[in-house]
Design a protein around this ligand. Sequence first.
Ligand code: RB5
Length: 150
Amino acid sequence: MKIAIGCDHAGIGLKPVLLDYLEKNGYEYEDFGTFTKDSCNYAEYGQKVAEAVAEGRFDRGILICGTGIGMSIVANKVPGIRCAHCHDVFSAKATRKHNDANVIAFGERVIGAGLMLDIVEAFLTTDFEGGRHAARIAKITEVEQKYSRS
Ligand code: RB5
C-alpha cells in the first residue's frame, strides 16, 4: 500500500512519529511536505496529497494540520477523494468500513502521538464493507459529478 503524506507547519511535529510508524510497518510512502516549521498554507499540501490519491498514484492519503479541518475541507474538493476528519479510533474504522475513505485528516493541536497511531492503524488496516455502503458512495459521486466544472 502506497501512502501520500502531507502536513502544514501546525502538523509537522507529529509527522516524524507517523513516518517512523509507516517505515516500521513496511508501508511505502511519499512525504509531500511541508518540511519546515515556517508558516505555510495547509491547502497547498492538502491539494498535493489529494491529487496524488485521486490520480491513483497512491492508495491512501494522511493529512495533518492544527485541527485537521482545513486539510479535510481542501482534500474533499478534489473529485474522487473521500477525506475523513477523525480524532477517534471508532470513527477511523467506521469511515473505512462505510465510507471507503481514501484520505484521513487530523489535528496536532487536538490529539497526541499515541492516539494518532491508533487512528492511523485503524485507517490503514480496515477494509471497506461494500454492499449497501457502495450504493451510498455512488450517490456521493453523483453529487460530486453534478457540481464538477471539469
Ligand atoms: C494553522 O494555524 C491552522 O489554521 C491550520 O493548521 C489548520 O488547523 C486549519 O484548518
